[in-house]
Ligand binder design. Structure first.
Ligand code: DSN
Length: 432
C-alpha cells in the first residue's frame, strides 16, 4: 500500500518543524528550552502509554512497579536540588500547578492579589485565565517602574486593606526578583498565604542564582519544568509546609489531573540530575549572556528596558520597539530572519494592546544551553539591528542566522553518555 497523502503531509510538517526550530533558528522565546538527548531518550519510552492515578504505592492501576520508583526519585532529586521538603510532581503544566494551589488557597468569590498583567503576570494568575475559571477575583498589586518591581509600601497597604486569601508573586516577564520576604510578612499578618510562581526562573533557582521564594517566606511555589529548567513540558509544586503539601496532593488528583503523563517523570529526573551537576555553571552563563546581550542591543540602538538597573538579573530582556513599528511587526520580521522572539505587553500598554504591544521579550536560556556565550550574543544583537533598525531584507539575514546556528547544535551542560544509554527502545527522533 502506498503512503496515504495525509500521512506524508503529517510527517513532512513535523520534519520541517524539527529542522527549522532545532537546526536553523535562533530561539529566544523566554519560556522555552530544549531537553538534552539523554532526557529526550528517557522521555520517549513506554511510560507515555500508561496510567498511574494516585500516589506511588497507592495507585488505582497495576503495572507501576517502575514508575512508582521513578516518581519517588523525581521527588527526592527535586527536593535535593531546590532544598525544600515537599515536591508534588503530578501537575502536568505550570497552569495546572497554579490551578491546584489557587483552589487549595481560596474558594469561588474570594480575592487574590497578583502582579500586574502588563508587568508580566501569567495569564493563569488572572481573571482572564485560571483565577477567572475558579471564580476568584484578581486585584493587581501596585508596580513601580523605577525599581521595575512591585511597590512594596503600597502593596503592604493594599494587603492590609483588601485582606486577600492569597497573594501571587512571580511573572512571565521576570527581570528582577519580587520582594517575597516583605510581601509574605504583610500577607501572613492578615492571615493570607503567598504563592510564588517561579516557572521562568526555576533553572536559575536550581543553579543558586535566583532567590528560592520558599526560603524567603512564601508558603508554596508553583512552576513549569521547561523554561530555564530545561526539562520536559510539565508542572511542579513545592513547599516546606507539610499541611500545604497534603492539601495540594489531595487536590491534584482527582480534581485537576487524572493521568499525570508518566513519561515526563524519567525525563524530569534526568534534567534534575543535570542541574545538580551543571546547574550553577549553566545559570551563571545565562546571566552573563543576558547582560552582554542587553548591553549589545542598547549599543546597536535599541531601547532596552530597565537600563538604570543593569537591564536584567534573569534570562529575560525586554525591548521597547514602538519606534520600529511595534512588537507584532518586529517579531514577524525577526521570524522571517529565523530569529524567534515574542511580542510582549510593556507596563504602560493598555490590556487591549495584546495583539500589537509595544515590546518584544527575549530569553537567553535556550541558546545558552546550546553553548552560546557573550560574544555570540553580541553578534546576534548586530543581526537583529540589521533586520529591525537597518531594514535589511530578513531573507538575507536568515542565511547568516542559518550559518551561525550551525555552531550551536549540541546541548551542553549534560552528560556525554547517550550512546550507552539503554532506556530508549528506538532512535531519538530529533537525531533521525
Ligand atoms: N505563556 C508562557 C510564557 O511565554 O511566559 C508561560 O506559560
Amino acid at each position: 500500500m502506498s503512503i496515504p497523502p495525509e500521512l506524508a503531509k503529517v510527517i513532512e510538517l513535523t520534519k520541517n518543524h524539527n529542522r527549522w526550530r532545532r537546526f536553523e533558528c535562533i530561539n529566544l522565546i523566554a519560556s522555552e528550552n530544549t531537553m538534552s538527548p539523554l532526557a529526550e531518550a528517557a522521555y520517549f519510552t513506554d511510560m507515555m502509554h500508561r496510567y498511574a492515578e494516585g500516589k506511588p504505592g497507592k495507585r488505582y492501576y497495576q503495572g507501576n512497579i517502575y514508575t512508582d520508583e521513578v516518581e519517588l526519585l523525581v521527588m527526592e532529586l527535586m527536593s535535593k536540588l531546590l532544598k525544600v521538603k515537599y515536591i508534588e510532581p503530578r501537575a502536568i503544566s505550570g497552569t495546572v500547578a497554579n490551578a491546584v494551589v489557587f483552589r487549595v488557597l481560596a474558594n469561588p468569590g474570594d480575592k487574590a492579589l497578583i502582579a500586574p498583567v502588563q508587568a508580566g503576570a501569567h495569564v493563569s494568575h488572572t481573571k482572564f485565565g485560571t483565577l477567572g475559571a475558579l471564580g476568584i477575583e484578581h486585584i493587581e498589586l501596585p508596580f513601580d517602574l523605577d525599581s521595575w518591581n512591585i511597590d512594596v509600601d503600597k502593596a503592604v497597604k493594599m494587603i492590609e486593606e483588601v485582606r486577600p486569601k492569597f497573594v501571587t508573586l512571580g511573572a512571565s516577564v521576570y527581570l528582577f526578583p519580587h520582594p517575597t520576604k516583605e510581601i509574605s510578612n504583610a500577607a501572613h499578618a492578615v492571615g493570607a498565604r503567598v504563592v510564588h510562581d517561579v516557572a521562568h526562573v526555576l533553572g536559575l533557582i536550581a543553579g543558586n542564582r535566583w532567590p528560592n521564594p520558599i526560603h524567603q517566606g512564601a508558603d508554596v511555589a508553583t512552576s513549569s519544568t521547561h523554561k530555564t529548567f530545561p526539562g520536559p513540558q510539565g508542572g511542579v509544586i513545592f513547599t516546606d509546609d507539610e499541611e500545604m503539601y497534603k492539601q495540594v496532593s489531595k487536590y491534584v488528583f482527582p480534581w485537576f489531573v487524572s493521568n499525570h503523563h508518566l513519561h515526563r517523570l524519567p525525563a524530569t529526573a534526568v534534567t534534575a540530575i543535570e542541574m545538580i551537576y551543571f546547574g550553577e555553571e549553566y545559570a551563571d552563563q545565562i546571566i552573563r549572556n543576558s547582560k552582554a546581550f542587553a548591553e549589545a542591543l542598547a549599543e546597536e540602538g535599541f531601547k532596552v528596558l530597565a537600563e538604570h538597573l543593569g537591564y536584567t538579573k534573569s534570562h529575560t530582556i525586554v525591548v521597547d520597539v514602538r519606534q520600529h513599528g511595534g512588537g507584532a511587526k518586529v517579531a514577524k520580521a525577526l521570524e522571517d530572519a529565523n530569529i524567534i522572539v515574542n511580542k510582549n505587553l510593556l507596563p504602560w500598554d493598555p490590556p487591549e494592546a495584546v495583539r500589537d504591544p509595544s515590546g518584544i521579550r527575549l530569553g537567553t536560556q535556550e541558546m545558552t544551553r546550546f553553548g552560546m556565550r557573550e560574544d555570540d550574543f553580541r553578534y546576534l544583537a548586530r543581526l537583529i539591528r540589521e533586520v529591525v533598525i537597518d531594514g535589511k531584507d530578513p531573507r538575507e539575514i536568515k542565511k547568516k542566522v542559518v550559518e551561525f546556528r550551525k555552531n550551536f547544535l549540541e546541548v551542553k551542560y549534560t552528560f556525554d553518555i547517550i550512546k550507552d544509554f539503554e532506556g530508549s527502545p528506538i532512535k531519538i527522533p530529533m537525531l533521525l
